[in-house]
Design a protein around this ligand. Structure first.
Ligand code: AKG
Ligand code: FE2
Length: 413
């Protein structure tokens, strides 16, 4: 059951009390903080903040905690949400597939907008907490067991990637982390199950809950961005249906502390391949390179928040109106340096057969395309091909030269 806290309590509760504090003397990135409950309530100012963050940096914090009750201005969506919850089991709360879950609300900006109100921030936080423990169980397995689930030679980026099995630069320098990737389509039984370690079997329900709720959040964000872009109704959400075959995945990233005298980037600089990334961090280490800057800045983890960032598909769809920012992961800073870092991610990507090209029907996107005629090439590539090329290009023995994203300003056709 969720508990409403005062605004002061919410502010005081941003640290992870069981971990050394994030240092106060390192450069941090100025991510805007957006509150989910306000987006759900159609708060115009909050939606403006979301829009600004997505255009300028492509990264923001999303406060997933329940808002103080005084701030819940429009009760209709909240009431309807509670009713839906009562009808569902614990691990089947957020089902964004049906259109009856969306309804129109008059926003404070005076516009009618459509919301997917089945996103439950507190549930997402609880599931993320539980999944951190599940991830630990996977990484604790012997390497000989984990490598059985490296599916690279089967042409797949799902499953396990061992420590040092990815590269961080064109010279082939090895990375310093391991991944485990779980496919949405496997968990939702859209495709046959992939081979997976036994320790994951009891947690398919939890993974399903996390995936549905994450996807519902993505649906909400895409709906709001769709309105701002002036795209035809439902265009962006329609390219990302929960039940379409896609490269959506849950990822755990695991990195033991590096020796003091031998540290390097753990996860090389990159832009994300897909549409929207939902990231749960506890220890520092994630860094972004803000636009027109050469200083890497840490993203300070905040309890109760996810870090959200946009990926290359959103740049390609919008001719660069929206931003997919370069980021990387280094050893945790300051007193956190001696701790093993783990993060949990949900990557939402367009359906496999969607072609990554500029969308028609938005005056804003048309204008952007007119102003930047040199930024386009003629490549026609599907979402599936794009993600495979990029993900496997950064594995040992992959083709680094083909693994680049939109960071060079080329935004696609
Ligand atoms: O671990 C993190 O904080 C970020 C991971 C990341 O950027 C990725 O997996 O694409
Ligand atoms: Fe990333």
């Amino acid at each position: 059951m969720s508990v409403h806290r005062s605004a002061e309590q919410l502010e005081a509760d941003l640290n992870f009390h069981d971990l050394p504090p994030f240092p106060g003397d390192v450069a941090t990135a100025p991510l805007l903080r957006v509150r989910l409950s306000k987006l759900i309530n159609g708060d115009g100012e909050e939606t403006n903040k979301l829009w600004e963050a997505c255009c300028k940096l492509g990264f923001f914090y999303l406060d997933l905690r329940d808002a103080p009750s005084t701030e819940v201005g429009n009760f209709e969506p909240t009431e309807r949400k509670r009713q839906t919850e009562n009808d569902n089991t614990k691990h089947n709360r957020a089902d964004s597939a049906g259109s009856n879950n969306d309804y129109d609300v008059q926003s404070k900006a005076g516009r009618t907008m459509e919301f997917n109100v089945n996103v439950d921030g507190e549930q997402l936080l609880n599931d993320a907490e539980d999944l951190f423990k599940v991830g630990q169980g996977v990484f604790d397995l012997p390497v000989e067991e984990k490598v059985k689930y490296d599916l690279k030679d089967h042409g797949s980026y799902f499953g396990y990637k061992g420590y040092g099995e990815g590269v961080i630069d064109a010279q082939g320098t090895k990375d310093r982390n391991e991944f485990y990737n779980v496919s949405k389509d496997d968990i939702l039984e859209i495709l046959d199950p992939l081979p997976a370690p036994e320790v994951l079997s009891p947690h398919r329900g939890l993974l399903g809950s996390f995936i549905r709720n994450s996807h519902a959040l993505v649906d909400l964000l895409l709906g709001l961005l769709n309105s701002r872009l002036g795209l035809p109704h439902d265009k962006l959400p329609s390219l990302h249906r929960l039940d379409s075959k896609s490269g959506d995945q849950v990822r755990w990233v695991h990195a033991p502390p590096q020796p003091t005298d031998d540290r390097r980037t753990a996860l090389g600089q990159h832009t994300d391949f897909g549409s929207v990334t939902i990231l749960f961090n506890r220890l520092g280490g994630l860094q972004v390179l803000p636009p027109n800057s050469d200083e890497w800045c840490y993203v300070k983890p905040l309890r109760g928040h996810a870090v959200i960032n946009l990926g290359d598909a959103m740049v390609k769809f919008t001719a660069g109106v929206l931003r997919s920012n370069t980021h990387r992961v280094v050893n945790p800073p300051g007193d956190q340096a001696g701790h093993t870092r783990m993060s949990l991610v949900y990557f939402a990507r367009p359906a496999d057969d969607v072609i990554l090209k500029v969308l028609n029907g938005s005056a804003l996107i048309d204008e952007q395309r007119r102003q930047n005629p040199d930024n386009f090439d003629e490549e026609e590539i599907t979402s599936k091909e794009w993600i495979l090329r990029r993900a496997l290009g950064r594995r040992q023995g992959g083709d680094w030269s083909k693994s680049g994203g939109t960071e060079n300003g080329r935004v696609g056709r």
